[in-house]
Structure formats: structure tokens, C-alpha cells
Ligand binder design. Structure first.
Ligand SMILES: Cc1ncc(COP(=O)(O)O)c(C=O)c1O
Length: 376
């Protein structure tokens, strides 16, 4: 199987698996206890926190909150910031956010927060001036670093600067879950007050993530219980997951340039060979886009049918639009870009990873072109 669905999830890297193993075994302790078994787990978490803070350019380790993944980090950022200190802050977000942000924003709205959802242009980009127009004093702004479906890279920190220029006490969150593996994501490069990450997109385990949150910011917890993570995220720590997350982050940063080079050449070889076989390829977004993403439209071919036939041909890919009982449920990302029903129904995401090389790109193009040819 040629796996071209790395934006959905990645295989755990061997180095990550190795550092996680002891925490399922001799270092299994609950980090909240006081005895030696617990201390070993607690030390591992606090060391991981320091390493994560250094990687993100955070001022203090306690600005890192470990969560149960990207969705949880997004919920804590959006709901937690909107409702903290008894406030009902306005939430400003974009129409192409991951559901983890959009549904959190809608939940905050049900609890009394004003919600403004900003549209994007035809290439899936959020305009800083549109964000500025929606912001008011005390707003929480959430715009992703790069889109999971199309790969469109968003103009942070211009968005953050525009938002802060449009109101007092504005908080900026970015979901960098897709971007981190290939783009430099730090407090400095994003200009964000809060950053969400997830391990499983980086060769780390599922169910582990973090939220960076600037020291001065208070968050209303969304998970209540034993008061772990300074009361900001209760629940016994996933020690192996946290160690795996931070190791995956370190490896991603150390290997980022190599990853970019390798994945870009695989992706470009794929698109070039496909264009040669089919006459042209229709990209749904222009540059800047993530080097690992190839989001394409195949006119006249339904993505659902294409994905099933590609699976049979040994290629794993994905689409944002889905067909339910004969009706096409349009991807909210493509809908926000103003795409027609036809474009939405005919678009497929191929996302490349570490394991792929130029030969894979060419091989994938041959197989995709053959299937598209048959379906047409
Ligand atoms: C941009 C983005 N945000 C959030 C998530 C959710 O992260 P998790 O799967 O760790 O809950 C994903 C994963 O699909 C994503 O792509």
C-alpha cells in the first residue's frame, strides 16, 4: 500500500516508540504520587515540558499544558480563553478551521459568547484585514497555521498583528497541528498567544498533544477533576504519550529541512508526472502551501469513487467531501472557498510523509492516472 494520507495520521517513529516503552513498563508510576515510582514519571513530564517550551520558544516551561491531543488543545484554547474569569469574550475564527476549533467556537457561542466566522478567498486564505474587521476589545482570535485539507498556509503573524491592532486585550490562538512537521512554528514565528499541537501528525502517538499558552493568560478549564497541569487540564498524565510527543517534536525540528526537501520532491514528482499523463492537474490552492500536501481536482471523477478505486490500486488518500445517501456533503473548507459542488465532489488530498520518495511520487502518478483514465 502506498500511503499518501499523512495529514490524517503518521506511523510512530522507531525512536519515539523506544523512548515511550519504559513508561508502559518499569516507569509506569502515576506522576501525581510522592514515592519513587511516581517521581520518575513526574520527572519525565517536567523534563518533557522544558524541552517542549524550548522548541516553541516559550518563556517558561509552565506555559506548556499537556493535553489528550489536538482537539483537546483547541477546545482548551478557544473555550478556555473565551470563558475565563467569568468573561464572555467574542470569538473570531475562520470558516476553514478544523472542526475542533469551529465546534469549540460554536459551543462558546451557546454559552453566551459572540461569534464571528470570517470567510476566506478562493485560494483558502484568511485576510488579516477581515480578521481586524471582526475583532473587538477582548476578542479571542483562532486561525490555523495551515489548513489540514488543502495545505494552504495562513498569513500568521500578519493576522495576529492585525487582530491586536483592532482591539485592546486581544488573544490570538493558532492550531499548528498540520504545520509543525514542515514549517517553523514558534511563539516568535506565529506571534500567537496560544499554539495547539498533536503528536500523531509528527510520527508520535495518538492521544497526546499540547497547548502553549502565554504565562499571563488565564484559561477556564474544560476538563475538571484532580487538578493536574495546575488545574488547567485534569486527568492522570499520559506519561508515555507526553514523552513520545516531545521526542517527535524534537525529531521534527531537527529533520525539518531534510523532510521539506524529501517530501517536496516526492510531491512535485507526483504532480509533474500526473500532469504529463493527464494533460494537466488542477490544484485547489496556490502557493504558499504545505510541501507535503497535494490537493487536486479531477474534473468528471467523483472523489468517493476515485478513493475506493485508488484503495483497490494500493493507494491510500482522502477527501473532505463525502457522499451520504446519494447527496454530496460538501467539505466546509471548499465551501468557504466558494468552490462549486462539482469542484468539492471531485477533489482529493494526497499527503506525503517521511517514507515517500521521488519514486513513490512517480509510481503514485501512474496509478492515479490509470484509475482516473478508467473512470473517465
Ligand atoms: C488542523 C487540525 N487540528 C486539529 C486536529 C485534531 O487533532 P487530534 O486528532 O489530535 O485530536 C487535526 C487532526 O485531524 C487537524 O488536522
Amino acid at each position: 500500500m502506498l500511503y499518501l494520507d499523512h495529514a490524517a495520521t503518521t506511523v510512530v517513529r522507531p525512536e519515539v516508540r523506544e523512548v515511550m516503552a519504559p513508561f508502559a513498563d518499569e516507569a509506569f508510576g502515576n506522576p501525581s504520587g510522592i514515592h519513587g515510582v511516581s517521581r520518575r514519571a513526574k520527572n519525565a513530564i517536567e523534563e518533557a515540558r522544558e524541552r517542549a517550551a524550548a522548541l516553541l520558544g516559550a518563556a517558561k516551561p509552565l506555559e506548556i499544558i499537556f493535553t489528550g491531543g489536538g482537539t483537546e488543545a483547541d477546545n482548551l484554547a478557544v473555550v478556555g480563553a473565551a470563558l475565563a474569569d467569568g468573561n464572555r469574550r467574542r470569538v473570531v475564527t475562520s470558516a476553514i478551521e478544523h472542526e475542533a476549533v469551529l465546534e469549540s467556537a460554536r459551543f462558546a457561542a451557546r454559552l453566551g459568547c459572540e461569534l464571528r466566522v470570517v470567510d476566506v478567498d478562493a485560494s483558502g486564505r484568511v485576510a488579516p484585514r477581515e480578521i481586524a474587521a471582526a475583532v473587538g476589545d477582548g476578542a479571542v482570535v483562532s486561525v490555523m497555521a495551515a489548513n489540514n485539507e488543502t495545505g494552504a498556509i495562513q498569513p500568521l503573524p500578519e493576522i495576529a498583528n492585525a487582530a491586536r491592532g483592532a482591539g485592546r486585550d486581544v488573544l490570538v490562538h493558532t492550531d499548528a497541528v498540520q504545520a509543525f512537521i514542515s514549517e517553523e512554528v514558534t511563539v516568535g514565528t506565529t506571534s500567537a498567544d496560544m499554539i495547539s499541537l498533536a503528536a500523531h501528525k509528527l510520527g508520535g502517538p495518538k492521544g497526546a498533544g499540547l497547548l502553549y499558552v502565554r504565562d499571563e493568560i488565564t484559561l477556564e478549564p474544560v476538563i475538571h477533576g484532580g487538578g493536574q497541569e495546575l488545574g488547567r487540564r485534569s486527568g492522570t498524565h499520559n506519561v508515555a504519550g507526553i514523552v513520545g510527543l516531545v521526542t517527535a517534536m524534537e525529531l521534527s525540528v531537527a529533520d525539518r529541512e531534510d523532510f521539506r526537501r524529501r517530501v517536496r520532491s516526492a510531491r512535485d514528482a507526483f504532480e509533474e508526472a500526473l500532469a504529463a499523463e493527464l494533460g494537466a492537474v488542477e490544484l485547489t490552492v496556490n502557493e504558499p502551501r504545505l510541501v507535503q500536501h497535494s490537493h487536486l481536482r479531477f474534473p468528471g471523477v467523483l472523489s468517493e469513487t476515485l478513493l475506493i478505486r485508488l484503495d483497490q490500486a494500493g493507494i491510500a488518500a482522502a477527501a473532505g467531501s463525502a457522499c451520504h445517501s446519494g447527496a454530496i456533503e460538501m467539505s466546509h473548507v471548499l465551501a468557504a472557498m466558494g468552490a462549486s459542488d462539482a469542484v468539492a465532489a471531485e477533489s482529493v488530498r494526497f499527503s506525503f510523509g517521511w517514507v515517500n520518495d521521488v519514486a513513490d511520487g512517480a509510481d503514485a502518478a501512474t496509478r492515479v492516472a490509470a484509475v482516473v483514465g478508467e473512470l473517465r
